[in-house]
Design a binder for this molecule. Structure first.
Ligand code: HPA
Ligand code: ZN
Length: 345
């Protein structure tokens, strides 16, 4: 493929149809919406202004982020709040030419505060339906268990969610990774698989390659969220490549949480060179400095090895790695080919 000028490469990256597979919907809660929801729900915030809140977004690792992320999510109380949250994300996603979004949500963050699971799932589901009808985005939900809590708590959450089984397509595992290996959730994930749910797990963000092995072997994860530490283990890389297990990589997140000190040091080019099915994602865009196209552009600007071939691979992988139907994947891949024919010829 020909190399393009920077301006044309940016235009191509923005225009590419793409799937976003690693987005925590609570992580798209912008400070402005936090203040609006706090006011609507009669809540007092610990920060005097949007600027003061945004200024607190300086993280040293995953845990320092999670503390602020859970505090931010505490303004979400009613069904309408969850709708407004997801709708704001979908409007941004549409502007980034996202045609498929698989949204993580964290029920325990809300049910532990007394918010009914019904309000969470109904609000998010209505936003997904409207995103499809009005924005043409195919949107689905993935329920995540918080790994710092017990497997028993995860089982209780699954039980509460079963009346809404048709509203989510899979389960994931997020929150504090170190000290909470995937095998802690072996039984609840086995039950989820029996229920026909897709299974994904965060592994190898801060945790070691051993956590990626156990996400694959014990949880039978179909995708690994982050997974960037796999390169420390050549046998693991061979396995991921041979089985085409997708990695949902989140470059701006990795820099904000100090997995890599700078984007220029990110191992994305090496992951692609190793033949892995890598996708790009925003993780928690309100906290990490950008949505999906911001991730594409900042990453391609920081890493001159990345060009049109990698842009094509990342977008193509995002469809392959999604849990959409074969017909949808084929349609989006054809749209991707059209986009390339127009903008990269
Ligand atoms: N890692 C783990 N848990 C999370 C993240 C993340 O990047 N974002 C929201 N919850
Ligand atoms: Zn994540």
């Amino acid at each position: 493929m020909p190399e393009l000028s920077r301006a044309r490469l940016h235009a191509l990256l923005r225009a590419l149809p793409k799937a976003e597979l690693h987005i925590h919907i609570e992580g798209s809660l912008e400070p402005e919406l936090i203040f609006r929801l706090a006011q609507r729900n009669g809540l007092k915030l610990a920060y005097p202004s949007v600027q003061a809140l945004r200024a607190a977004y300086a993280f040293s690792d995953l845990q320092s982020f999670l503390d602020i992320y859970y505090a931010g999510a505490s303004v979400l109380r009613r069904e309408q709040d969850f709708f407004d949250l997801a709708w704001a994300y979908f409007e941004r996603a549409a502007a980034d030419n996202v045609v498929r979004a698989e949204l993580f949500f964290d029920p325990q963050t809300h049910t532990e505060r007394g918010v009914p699971l019904q309000a969470v799932i109904t609000g998010l589901t209505h936003a997904c339906r409207r995103a499809h009808a009005e924005l043409g985005i195919s949107a689905k939900l993935i329920l995540c268990f918080l790994r710092h809590l017990s497997e028993e708590a995860a089982f209780a959450t699954l039980e509460q969610a079963l009346p809404y089984r048709e509203h989510f397509i899979g389960v994931g595992l997020d929150s504090s990774e170190m000290g909470h290996p995937p095998e802690k959730f072996a039984r609840v994930f086995a039950r989820c698989r029996e229920l026909g749910l897709h299974v994904v797990a965060h592994a190898g963000e801060e945790g070691p390659p051993a956590y990626i092995w156990s996400a694959l072997d014990v949880l039978k994860a179909e995708r690994i969220d982050h997974g960037v530490r796999c390169l420390e283990d050549p046998a693991l890389v061979r396995r991921l490549a041979a089985e085409r297990v997708p990695l949902t990589v989140c470059p701006l997140s990795n820099v904000k949480l100090r997995v890599f000190e700078t984007l220029a040091e990110h191992n994305l080019p090496a992951l692609l060179d190793a033949g892995l099915c890598v996708t790009l994602n925003s993780d928690d865009p309100a906290y990490f400095g950008g949505y999906l196209n911001d991730n594409f552009i900042a990453t391609f600007d920081a890493l001159p090895q990345l060009g049109t071939a990698q842009a094509y691979a990342l977008a193509r992988n995002s469809f392959e790695a999604s849990f959409a139907s074969a017909a949808d994947k084929a349609r989006w891949t054809a749209e991707l080919d059209d986009c390339f024919a127009r903008l990269a010829a």
